[in-house]
Design a protein around this ligand. Structure first.
Ligand code: C2E
Ligand code: CA
Ligand code: CA
Length: 690
């Protein structure tokens, strides 16, 4: 027979919930679960301990455990049960939260307290996690919107309201379409939904509209939260407003391509634009000019007045340059006091020169920096596409070299690039000293290229073209060393050498029976202006016993047109003595028709860039025809240089051009070779001198 007490005992012992009996604030009994869960090895050990040993000194509310226990037990006297949370301490000292239920009961006529408790650590952790989640939901700066499976908004967080302007009660019950802007088309939303339904998630940027109508950019992640059945699924969208971020990105992007001080395009953007410009110029067969500007006294201002004033000066210069160029031209600051202007499709060199002059003028105007007035000037180097370079690197390099030449020429001026400028300073010094010796050491060679009468296809003259056979560098082009000779003051003696050799060749020709042939020599600006050209030529002709009419001088169009009045005077004297005069590279410079009429000249030489494509480019053909017509009407003979094909020769002949020169007929050749070549051509007698 089991008594009621035994049954109770079994229940007490076997209960999974730890339980003990307290009488007069002391444990009198406990069950196995209590022993186990508190980490004791035996019931006796646990019962021996004072209740205070089973708790930390203080409860979470700060009350001393002992006092609190006595206070609570004290309230039990009146009967009824109590349930509360209590922090226990295990045998190993660790603590855990428990939910305690105290029930007074009578045992053998005495009133004892039955105490059952449960470890609620797990529940507590869940609660804390939930609380954390709720707090994150409330406090995050990310907007969160939760919809049901139909897309109806069921919850939004405060950040949602903050960003969109819709209060929770305005949004709940609506769909997220209340935020829709008109920045995306139907396909955008279709793709969003397809992806969301296929993969359970969509992430991306989306333009939405706030309640106040303002459109903004948000970065958003939408996730499908599956429910117990499909209709119970929910969608959670988390987003933040990245409009400002994007604006900053754009600013950073702008800064990456612009100079912060002047807001002008920087080197990166310049390179990009220049590349593009070159591609267009190539396709459209246009020219392009790169102007490299360096301020002359900037360093002085910066060093004496300080960087702030230096910066202010650069800003003023940036503004002035902006007004000096057209909107379609690229103006950029490379850094320091270096600016670059790219002119697209300039009409001719004169137009480029005019821009350079305008820039120099703008730079020259005094600048007021607070109470100080400063004066700076600018030096400009110019490189042209395609003449001086076919790509960004060579154009920039050559414009830079020309800028140094402009500085060397006294600053506040501009220079067009020429090949000799590219030599580095030491290299130049070496070359100049080599060149000085070249004349004595007989390293110069006279090459001669025949001129052909287009009517008879027989040689009627020749052009003397000098070459330099450098012992280490090999054959150097005159385009490279003539400018060097000019700068180094060697051009006069070099010119005399060419003149002497040309006369020698002419004398040989006469001996061979070609006394009627005329030899053209190229004369540079210095020779024309500084030497006593006329006297030198006359003396040389006399020495060889030659007629002045056998000698022609070629001057470039820009040389003549730079100072036409002076040219008229100088050329007048030469021509009076019977020497003929040709204007070289005609069409590339800027001729004034009024001056052209008055210039004492005999011949126009059509520049080879126009001849090059005369047979398949209508613009070039038109230029050739115009120059021929101009020559005819001014009673000047016209020579086309650079004729490379039979078609070009035929076209030019058809258009009325009398004379041609070019690889199609013969390349420039050493003078001795030329003498033999002429003999081979002599089925017909040479053209008589006029
Ligand atoms: P330039 O007076 O325009 O000379 C014509 C140039 O065109 C020469 O180059 C000649 O070799 C080249 N040429 C001739 N036919 C053709 C052709 O069919 N196709 C092509 N692509 N080119 C052709 P070069 O000899 O290199 O002379 C370059 C420049 O150097 C000359 O241009 C001239 O300005 C200057 N130069 C040459 N010799 C002298 C000189 O003795 N004194 C001076 N001051 N300058 C000279
Ligand atoms: Ca020439
Ligand atoms: Ca020429």
């Amino acid at each position: 027979m089991t008594t009621c007490e035994e049954r109770f005992r079994r229940l007490f012992d076997q209960s999974p919930d730890p339980t003990w009996i307290i009488e007069d604030n002391r444990f009198i009994d406990c069950n196995e679960a209590a022993v186990r869960l508190l980490g004791y090895t035996s019931k006796e050990g646990l019962l021996r301990s004072h209740p205070s040993d089973l708790s930390p000194e203080f409860q979470p509310d700060g009350e001393r455990s002992l006092m609190k226990a006595e206070r609570i037990l004290g309230t039990m006297v009146g009967g009824g049960f109590r349930r509360f949370e209590w922090t226990h301490r295990k045998a190993d000292g660790t603590t855990f939260p428990a939910e305690v239920t105290l029930t007074p009961m009578s045992l053998d006529g005495r009133t004892v307290i039955h105490c059952a408790w449960r470890d609620i650590s797990a529940r507590k952790a869940d609660e804390a996690a939930l609380q954390l989640a709720a707090s994150v939901y409330r406090n995050t700066i990310e907007g969160i919107v939760i919809t049901d499976s139909e897309g109806t908004i069921v919850s939004v967080n405060p950040a949602f309201s903050e960003i969109t302007g819709f209060r929770a009660e305005e949004a709940i019950g609506q769909t997220p379409r209340i935020l829709k802007s008109d920045r995306h088309d139907e396909t955008f939303y279709k793709q969003l939904w397809t992806r969301l339904l296929d993969t359970g998630q969509w992430q991306g940027e989306i333009w939405n509209r706030r309640k106040n109508g303002e459109v903004y950019l948000q970065h958003q992640t939408i996730t499908r939260i599956p429910g117990p059945h499909p209709a119970a699924a929910q969608f959670v969208a988390i987003f933040n407003d990245i409009t400002e971020l994007r604006r900053k990105d754009e600013r950073i992007q702008h800064l990456a391509f612009h100079d912060a001080l002047t807001e002008l395009p920087n080197r990166l953007l310049l390179t990009d634009r220049l590349e593009h410009g070159i591609a267009v110029a190539e396709r459209e067969r246009q020219r392009l000019a790169v102007l490299f500007l360096d301020l002359d006294q900037f360093k002085v201002v910066n060093d004496t007045l300080g960087h702030d004033h230096g910066d202010a000066l650069l800003q003023v210069m940036g503004d002035r340059l902006r007004t000096a160029v057209r909107g379609c031209d690229t103006l950029s600051r490379l850094g320091g006091d270096e600016f670059v202007v790219v002119l697209t499709d300039p009409e001719n060199e004169a137009e480029v020169a005019a821009v350079a002059e305008r820039i120099i003028e703008a730079v020259n105007r005094p600048v007021d920096l607070g109470p100080v007035r400063v004066h700076v000037s600018g030096s400009i180097g110019i490189a042209l596409f395609p003449d001086d370079g076919m790509n960004v690197v060579s154009l920039m390099k050559n414009a830079d070299a020309a800028m140094y030449a402009a500085k060397a020429a006294g600053k506040s001026t501009f220079r067009f690039f020429n090949a000799a400028m590219t030599y580095r300073a030491e290299e130049r010094l070496q070359l100049v000293s080599d060149l000085r010796l070249a004349i004595d050491k007989q390293q110069l060679e006279l090459f001669v290229q025949p001129k052909i009468s287009l009517a008879t296809r027989l040689p009627c003259g020749a052009e003397a073209l000098v070459r330099w056979r450098h012992p280490e560098r090999g054959l150097i082009s005159p385009a490279d060393f003539i400018p060097l000779a000019e700068e180094a003051g060697l051009i006069i003696s070099l010119g005399e050498w060419v003149l002497d050799q040309s006369c020698r060749t002419l004398a040989q020709l006469r001996k061979q029976g070609f006394g009627g042939m005329r030899m053209a020599i190229n004369v540079s600006a210095t020779q024309l202006h500084e030497g006593c050209l006329e006297d030198t030529i006359r003396a040389m002709l006399d020495a060889y016993g030659l007629e002045p009419a056998t000698m022609e001088i070629e001057l470039t169009e820009s040389m003549v047109m730079n100072d036409p009045d002076r040219a008229i005077r100088l050329l007048g004297k030469l021509r009076a003595s019977g020497i003929t005069i040709a204007v070289d590279d005609f069409g590339t410079g800027y001729s004034s028709l009024a001056y052209l009429k008055r210039l004492p000249i005999d011949t126009l030489k059509i520049d080879r860039t126009f001849v090059l494509d005369a047979d398949n480019n209508e613009d070039d053909a038109q230029i050739c025809r115009t120059i021929i017509a101009l020559g005819n009407s001014l009673r000047l003979s016209v020579v086309a240089e650079g004729v490379e094909t039979a078609r070009q020769a035929d076209c030019l002949a058809e258009w009325g051009c009398q004379t041609a020169q070019g690889y199609f007929f013969a390349r420039p050749m050493p003078a001795a070779e030329f003498l033999t070549w002429v003999t081979g051509q002599s089925a017909c007698l040479p053209q008589a001198l006029p």
